[in-house]
Ligand binder design. Sequence first.
Ligand SMILES: [Zn+2]
Length: 73
Amino acid sequence: MTNYYLNLNAQSNGDHEVHKESCYYYYMYKSGYNFELLGSFNNEIDAVNYAKIKHPEYKIDGCAHCCSKAHRG
Ligand SMILES: [Zn+2]
């Protein structure tokens, strides 16, 4: 199980990305952006689905680097 975080700040394309806590991009951006701890999940698909339920107003995508199975592109 891994902790996943949702970026509360949208990317330039309007997406809010989900990251694993071990992700390089999470470490790069955590000081400058607001991240919400989603919790611990077995895989990124479950984490992204949970984020979508929790924030139906957001366009949510998995990070291309750490959540490639949930990344739409
Ligand atoms: Zn990531």
